[in-house]
Design a protein around this ligand. Structure first.
Ligand code: BGC
Length: 339
């Protein structure tokens, strides 16, 4: 046999083994859906507006590409999410997109999926399991850096309240690590004092409200800056400030570009938010799920805790660049400013 023929035969053989992957393996191009693909999606909550949008995006993208998407939403509850994922697996899903309520507890669900031969995409929040196939999220440490850089550039001396997100959420640790790169050196030099440092259980705004209320009382309202990990907790904190007539006079961070938060930015009671385009993430997740269902390889740009990851870029939004949200179509001018 001549050499050329051997190479040719090998290519033909490969094409026969991996027919579906040829069109899109590693590429940006859309996966073509030939047979009905069944994807399971398990979301942790719909409390924050962003998760509502993630859900809507994925439903729309799945219908556009003609795949059968089965959606389950847990109300920030480990047991409920476990039952829902088991139910999805029993329905014969081919891929599972899982945004965990609890990063550690969800590892068991990944094991169950793996035992059924179902690949798992860890969505937005990392599941702490080495059986996760792909992690799709934003650069979460960068989110924290942007928050920390912003707040320290606004307030370089005085008393800080430092809040972090739910301890069950791996993202919370990443956000805080990023923010502390800017805050800790100021605390170490004595320029600022961190008078309160607390995690907000379950990401609940009312817990943030309590933390800030107690800190205001304990410090005779002498608070100069607040690190709030997301818009929901910022909202709670701002309510506590309002009760003391202090809203708008204490710089405070946020994240998610929720409509209510963007309105507060325009009104001057919240200083910034982080825009993470969940439309891009949701679309990428459905496309990645189809790729995995067809035996292909998802394109990634990072490795997080040993898991191949695709991390999208977060952006700061403050009063100076609210138009970024309007121009990208994430929110409309009418929504933000009223008609
Ligand atoms: C997400 C944030 C969200 C928070 C609370 C985090 O894991 O990345 O966008 O605000 O959870 O749901």
């Amino acid at each position: 046999m001549n050499k050329r023929f051997v190479v040719f035969a090998a290519i033909i053989a490969l094409a026969m083994v991996f027919p579906a992957t040829q069109a899109f393996a590693g590429g940006q191009s859309e996966p073509a859906v030939s047979q009905q693909v069944i994807i399971g999606l398990s979301l942790p909550t719909q409390r924050e507006e962003r998760w509502v949008r993630d859900r809507e995006t994925m439903i729309a993208e799945a219908s556009r590409l003609g795949v059968d998407l089965r959606v389950a939403v847990a109300d920030a509850d480990v047991a409920q999410q476990a039952a829902q994922v088991e139910n999805l697996l029993a329905q014969g899903i081919q891929v599972l997109i899982l945004a965990p309520h609890d990063a550690n507890a969800a590892a068991t669900l990944v094991e169950e999926a793996a035992a059924d031969g179902v690949p798992v995409i860890s969505y937005d929040r990392l599941i702490l399991s080495n059986l996760v196939d792909v992690y799709l999220s934003f650069d979460n440490e960068r989110v924290g850096e942007l928050q920390g850089e912003f707040i320290t550039s606004q307030v370089s001396s005085g008393n800080y309240i430092v809040m972090s997100g739910a301890p069950t959420d791996n993202n919370a640790a990443l956000f805080k690590r990023g923010a502390m790169k800017y805050i800790q050196p100021l605390a170490d030099s004595g320029a600022i004092t961190i008078v309160t440092e607390r995690a907000v259980d379950n990401w609940l705004p009312e817990n943030a409200l309590n933390i800030v209320e107690n800190s205001l009382t304990a410090n005779n309202n002498q608070i100069d800056a607040i690190l709030a990990p997301n818009d929901g907790t910022a909202g709670g904190a701002i309510q506590a400030l309002s009760a003391q007539g202090m809203e708008g006079s204490v710089p405070i961070t946020g994240q998610d570009a929720e409509l209510a938060a963007v309105r507060r930015i325009v009104a001057g009671t919240q200083s910034m938010t982080i825009f993470k385009d969940t439309r891009e993430l949701g679309t990428a997740a459905i496309q990645a799920a189809i790729t995995l269902a067809q035996g292909g390889t998802v394109e990634t740009n990072n490795v997080v805790e040993g898991v191949p990851s695709l991390l999208l870029t977060p952006h700061v939004v403050s009063a100076d660049n609210v138009d970024l949200l309007i121009d990208s179509g994430y929110l409309t001018r009418a929504q933000i400013y009223g008609d």
